[in-house]
Design a protein around this ligand. Structure first.
Ligand SMILES: *Cc1c(COP(=O)(O)O)cnc(C)c1O
Length: 392
């Protein structure tokens, strides 16, 4: 039984008529960039996330970049980020000649650990970018408290987490100064190319974000600040407005799939409970927060379903041999990326300080979790993992 890591064609098939109509409508309008479709999407996203403002942009990466620009991050400023995320989180900081400062993660959630974050604050620190990795909110109350105490800005990287909620029920991406989301096709809400959006509850930041999106121009052709081309295409907005009403249903299916995985892993005797960070006699460590009632109470939307195993690379080979899609998000933590060698030397990081991101990069594996997966496919994945361990 083939189980792809992601099958976008299944989702397209379920909405083909409406999506095709949206594409044709855009073609007929010949209105391609920003405009009414983008404004409609921005309004819809504000309603969905219960925030004041949203600004459609060209990608999740550009969402992060424009957020840093709006908050006036300057060369030499330090921005604290988790050591473990998709590269964009770190890359945008360096692109402004600011300095990404890495903090280790919490192995329960794979998100930045507020206690380790606080130790990284220096007089040059200006902002923090918590990432809601895999679709689970970072520990926002702890992070906001630290930010307030040290007068730091908070940009939430919610690229993988649209619709996720922090344990107090607030939408991930609406708690800090600016929230950033990606509509890359493999995210929970994906368009037909690149796209992203930034959210804020601050009126002045909203105005600035809109100006930065069009090269810093206001009025047209007059520039008091320098921005870029960060515009969202109308065709992507039209696709997203068709998909948005279905997002909660898809997220629920991902959560159901995560629950089924959990149940099957427990039944197979591979794991004794979800949310453990030490192996004991377990072969497989499962994510927590599948259920709202669980310890963390975050509403996890499972952009990825991540398990931890000691025999990661061997298990990957076994799964790949059975045509079961799998991936490592991410094999190299930031402190080991070659492009950051200079920063590391300058900041004198000690090797042992990123133990958790090291562990994550060595032991995690992503299993298929997309909404249209069948129970049989999930059963087959767990059976195959059981088979791997019974042969050892
Ligand atoms: C996908 C992603 C981004 C970047 O989004 P793009 O739309 O691909 O530019 C940034 N941060 C995280 C955590 C992501 O997963």
């Amino acid at each position: 039984m083939r189980v792809p890591l992601l099958d976008l064609k299944a989702q397209y098939a379920s909405l083909k008529k409406e999506l095709d109509e949206a594409l044709i409508k855009t073609a007929e309008s010949q209105y391609f960039i920003l405009g009414p479709e983008v404004e409609k999407l921005e309004k819809n996203i504000c309603e969905y996330l219960k925030c004041r403002h949203a600004v459609g942009v060209s990608s999740g990466t550009d969402a992060l970049l424009i957020a840093l620009m709006a908050l006036d991050i300057k060369p030499g400023d330090e921005v604290i980020i988790p050591d473990y995320s998709f590269f964009a989180t770190a890359g945008v900081v360096s692109r402004l000649n600011a300095v990404p400062v890495f903090a280790d993660i919490d192995l329960r959630t794979y998100n930045i650990d507020p206690k380790k974050l606080e130790k990284k604050i220096s007089p040059k620190t200006k902002a923090i970018i918590p990432v809601h990795l895999y679709g689970q909110s970072a520990e926002m109350s702890g992070i906001m408290e630290i930010a307030k105490k040290h007068d730091l800005k908070v940009i939430e990287d919610g690229a993988q987490a649209i619709g996720a909620q922090y344990s107090d029920g607030r939408q991930a991406g609406t708690i800090g100064d600016i929230g950033c989301f990606s509509f890359f096709p493999s995210k929970n809400l994906g368009c037909f190319g690149d796209g992203g959006i930034v959210t804020t509850n601050d009126d002045a930041l909203y105005e600035k974000l809109k100006i930065l999106r069009v090269h810093g121009s206001k009025p047209k052709y007059y520039h008091r600040i320098i921005g870029g081309n960060f515009r969202l295409d109308a065709i992507q907005a039209a696709v997203l407005s068709v998909k948005l009403p279905h997002l909660d249903g898809w997220s629920q299916k991902r959560r159901d799939n995560a629950s089924l995985y959990t149940e099957l892993f427990l039944k197979a005797g591979l794991s004794s409970a979800p949310g453990k960070t030490e192996y004991g006699n377990d072969r497989v460590l499962l994510p927590e927060a599948v259920f709202r009632e669980s310890g963390l109470k975050n509403f996890h939307i499972f952009n990825q379903f991540i398990i931890r195993v000691k025999e990661r690379d061997e298990l990957r080979a076994h799964l790949t041999g059975k045509e079961i899609g799998n991936e490592i998000y991410y094999p190299v933590p930031f402190h080991r990326q070659e492009c950051f060698d200079d920063i590391l030397k300058k900041h004198g990081y000690s090797g042992g300080e990123f133990v958790n991101s090291e562990t994550a990069s060595n032991e995690t594996i992503a299993l298929p979790i997309y909404p249209e997966l069948s129970k049989e496919q999930i059963g087959f994945v767990v059976e195959s993992i059981k088979e791997f361990y019974s042969a050892r």
